[in-house]
Design a protein around this ligand. Sequence first.
Ligand code: GLN
Length: 537
Amino acid sequence: MKKTKYVFVTGGVTSSLGKGIIAASLAKLLQKRGYSVTIQKLDPYINIDPGTLNPYEHGECFVTDDGAETDLDLGHYERFLNIPTSQANNVTTGRIYQSVINKERRGKFLGKTVQIIPHITDEIKNRIQLLGKTGEFDIVITEIGGTIGDIESLPYVESVRQLLWELGHENAISIHLTLIPYLAAAGELKTKPTQHSVKMLMQSGVSPDILVCRSEHKLNDSIKNKLALFCNVKKEAIIESLDVETIYDVPNLMLEQKLDEVVLNKMKLPMDGTPHLKEWNEFLTKHRNPKNTIEIGLVGKYVELHDAYKSIVESFIHAGAHNEVKVIIRWIHSEKLTEENVPSRLMGLNGILVAPGFGDRGIEGKIDAVKYARENKIPFFGICLGMQMAVIEFSRNVLGLKDVFSIEMKPTAENPVINLMEEQKSVVDKGGTMRLGSWKCVLKEGSKVKEIYGKEIIEERHRHRYEFNNDYLKQIENAGMIATGKNPDTNLVEIIEIPSHPWFVGTQYHPEYKSTVLNPHPLFVSFIKAALEHYLK
Ligand code: GLN
């Protein structure tokens, strides 16, 4: 049983400074020093989870093995640390209030007035310590969403204050991530916003142990002295975080800045040598020195916001480095595709990925894109909704069936080749009720996917309500689209392939959730390899 120590990460001045990446980079360095580390994100919104949020609001919804619908930062944590996260790694204000209110209804606080302090803060503290109590981790890094000064973050900051006090200085520390803007007109870096942010944090009773300063320019000594003086932080604990080309450079950057050493010293934890980032740097070397450049079309309806497809984009980076190619993404708005403009918009692509999604906006554009990839023998990868659209396209254009659709888009379709799952028929609530998380899939002997995975049984993560309608399986297979992966218990079709096509694979699950820097996902690796072959032809 490990005695867990806690690191809290707050953000100041502005949002989007990359708290998640700093937390993940620190965790990576500590992990490489032999510590077992996990990262948790506390989100200050009222939704119970981001599953009910439109991707335009908050980017991709990341799904864990245990079926939690979570913030996209958890994807970064997994991609950096190469270990899975779980429901306990993401908590929202909604979930905190829900459990406190449920307890109140059960009479847990009978006779008492239920208040933000202590009841909400106690619940937050319990959630923070839940991961520590598993005894699995030496260090838990907790990222507080939002920016210091936000009304909705106050209970979190108060809980951090209490925990810092209760656990004691060697067991819990606080890192504040902030921005040092450069005023071009004055030719100067400015510390004032950071001074104010730290002041606000101190007014809540939290004094930062470490400042991580995002900046476009190096912080000179006088800036560091000023920050130290005004913010009560030791000079060596002022870490500069300059803009870098890729997020995967940040661990090296933090290593140079000795963030890990400062953290370990503050918590009186032993450290020997330097952490070796050998495999990590091998990945970076390949990423920086591609031998070829290929272009993949990503067809989706949220393409204006690239974060909506975060894990897919990162999976391309991992698989690209593995194949020593640079992957350029052509963002294709499915709503803007028509049968007529598909050839011009998709021309020159070496691979086409039709993305996951919900609802009927832009759906015909996705189907047209599948048709183009199938007919022109361009490597095709369909994920979740993308796989379902591949089945529809095939049934319409190869089988020649009339009025083919998914029940999701057309409940009265004569040929519903994609059907609502049986267990979904009684579901009324929208939140957390899809088929979620990790499920087994058995791969067919002799199939492309079996060869790619190199094993018979795989486990992949899901997030869907609709499924391949097995009433059509025979006809579809006879016409040349084969179900090469199935759930062993329910026969649910998890994968379809067209063996006569150079690379045509659709998966009901989301392989992108499991691709990491050190373990690029085999399907993405194979897809990029096929796209490279297409390019070299
Ligand atoms: N909307 C489809 C379903 O619910 C696909 C979901 C997805 O792409 N994640 O089955």
